[in-house]
Design a protein around this ligand. Sequence first.
Ligand code: TEU
Ligand code: CA
Length: 555
Amino acid sequence: MEKKWWHDKVAYQIYPKSFCDTNGDGIGDLRGIISKLDYLKQLGVDIIWLSPIYKSPFVDQGYDIADYYAIAEEFGTMEEFDELLAEAKKRNMDLIMDLVINHCSDQHEWFQKALADPYGEYADYFYFRKGKDGNPPSNYRSYFGGSCWEPVPGTDLYYFHMFAKEQPDLNWENPKLRQELYNMVNWWLDKGLAGFRIDAIINIKKNLAFPDFEPDAPDGLAGCWKMVESVDGVGEFLEDLKRNTFRKHDAFTVAEVFNMKEGELPEFIGDDGHFSTIFDFSAHSLSDGEHGWYDAPPIDFKRWRKTVMDSQMEVQKSGFEANIIENHDEPRGVSRFLPDYAKNSDGAKMLGTVSLLLRGIPFIYQGQEIGMQNAVWNSIDEFDDISTKDQYHIAREAGLSDEEALEVCSRMSRDNARTPMQWCGEKNAGFTTGTPWLKVNSNYPEINVEKQEKDAGSVLNYYRRLVAVRKSPEYKNVFTYGEFEPEYADTDTVMGYYRFDGEKRMLVVANFGKDAVELKLRHPVKNIVLSNKNRKRAEFALKLESLEVLVLECM
Ligand code: TEU
Ligand code: CA
């Protein structure tokens, strides 16, 4: 395997709107990010991913871009962006931005021009199609609910959108559109951006016949992902994109890819794959409900463990994936993957350790490093997220009471990850002096950065040690390139694995159970590298306490 500059990096995702507000308008901003660069440096972060900061009406929180060349006023100016880039570079950190090119905003100039002239040049930047017998062209349901087709005013045409109706899909078949996008990507890379996190990219290939699928719910529609899964040829677009942009800059690209086909992984992340890496969502997909969040199965430890192990074994054959516990679309990992007795700082450290030392590029999501948890939501009106509103509606339609539907959304909502970053115990967790755009999690007096700075045993200080171990000269190679091998997979509560690079053998082992477990070690211990319970000795027969995690260097 060819070595790449990004293989041994640790990344951190910032959700700008909720990170740090410096002008009191209740919205995080670029100045706020600049003010926290030292904090990120101290955590050991190498690459910072910014969720979208482009000009946007924020129907889907910036994933609806109105101008790819402009910074949202809410967040600051292009000068401030350049300053952020320069300040990050000064600290030897790289910046990557979100690249949302499956769709744009209905406010984008291209779409406005298309509406103004529905048979003109710009209509061909989108999918404008005639309906069928008074109905939309096909029966697809968008990811955020309702038809994927929206009437084009004053015509018998519809335009296609897989997400909100304010997010029209871009027509990748049109070479002119593709060239516009490549120019834009290169413009940012020329500025000094290290690369991109690439949004919903598998969706860019459409079946141009837009065939109907068997309805999968009483609304008579079929999830539009069915079309995505059944169409071939996305690889050609992805190669074209790479050749014209990323490759020329040796950029780091991490793609959000769902619905990949069997056996396609090497094409995506192999030595000359479409992308540097893609996110590993296999564990997150375990709570995909058949019809929505309301029938999402709870996480079962053994299934979760097997899923993570299987994925690691598979991925190491082809390349690297990016490992996450949570992101801006997911509930908090501590609340989701841990049983109730483990939703505490020991549990957060344990989950963090087993995740960050997997083979792959770790992405820490803002607040994960202090063990942030899901919020308590008292009413559906407290949510902002478009997807949460849709899922609430789906749950009610399926017969759940208001209270039950609220419970479902409280558990699954994307807003759990989007509540403001908890910096201190003062008003609004120190996020803003004004009114935060989304409510602050009420647990901020207990869980916040300032408090954890002062506590050597805090989740934050543990994460700092954890990242430092991963990046230390002694262990960097084994944790980057070392082979992954599962251990204790036949136990009821232990998640364990080796990382081995021919020189060093590391054992990462954690007890997710309520009771202590006795384990035999296969190799003698040389050194305790990390422990969340301050363990000083480890021998052949090891009694692992409940919620204890150890990183051992073995002979
Ligand atoms: O998400 C794409 C996506 O398919 C999902 O994550 C899913 O549809 C969503 O979480 C439903 O709850 C990406 C972004 O990460 C997400 O924030 C955007 O809303 C979406 O694309 C549209 O740009
Ligand atoms: Ca602000």
